[in-house]
Design a binder for this molecule. Structure first.
Ligand SMILES: CC(C)(COP(=O)(O)OP(=O)(O)OC[C@H]1O[C@@H](n2cnc3c(N)ncnc32)[C@H](O)[C@@H]1OP(=O)(O)O)[C@@H](O)C(=O)NCCC(=O)NCCS
Length: 149
């Protein structure tokens, strides 16, 4: 779904194929790329899903921010929130989260969750500053290599 929002040089829209190289550079600079998350695979999976979206933030046309969002029929989720290190503390992270929240809210989602890697105190401080609370939950997971189609 196309989505645009523009004010004062900063615009948010849906990811397009031509964004891939700039996005990869940003995610590497933000240390969001880990061995078990291949960006190309994650982006393709998101774009193929009806209930997910990858947004990019452009400052005067340059890709400087991202957020991936989606819902599973119950909760909304945020992933791959990133702001160019040279562009931080200008409110862009907050703008990206607000945009994703608006997208989720428009689809009837009542609550949004996210996970932060242990030790990423900056991300936790950011999310607390934009209204998120820590919840006493234990997150459990496993890879589905034995069941993947
Ligand atoms: C987290 C991140 C997206 C924040 O982006 P940002 O554009 O700097 O965020 P904002 O300017 O909207 O910050 C809003 C408020 O959050 C808080 N905040 C943001 N970064 C912070 C930090 N490093 N330490 C403490 N508080 C922080 C501040 O209160 C800030 O307001 P202020 O700048 O007026 O002090 C950015 O630091 C980033 O890309 N980090 C690396 C990737 C990452 O860890 N993503 C999250 C994965 S879960």
């Amino acid at each position: 779904m196309a989505d645009d929002e523009a004010t004062a040089g900063f615009a948010i829209r849906s990811y397009e194929d031509a964004d891939f190289d700039a996005l990869g550079t940003l995610w590497n600079a933000c240390r969001l790329v880990v061995p078990h998350n291949d960006p190309a695979t994650d982006i393709a999976f998101c774009r193929a899903a009806a209930d997910a979206e990858l947004f990019v933030g452009l400052e005067d046309g340059r890709l400087v921010a991202t957020v991936m969002t989606g819902h599973d029929g119950h909760r909304g989720w945020l992933y791959y929130l990133a702001v160019d290190p040279a562009m931080r503390h200008r409110g862009l992270g907050g703008r990206m989260v607000d945009h994703a929240e608006t997208w989720l809210g428009a689809r009837g989602v009542a609550k949004v969750n996210l996970m932060i890697r242990d030790g990423n105190t900056e991300a936790a401080a950011f999310y607390e500053a934009v209204g998120y609370a820590r919840e006493p939950r234990v997150v459990m997971s496993r890879f589905l290599a034995d069941k993947q189609g």
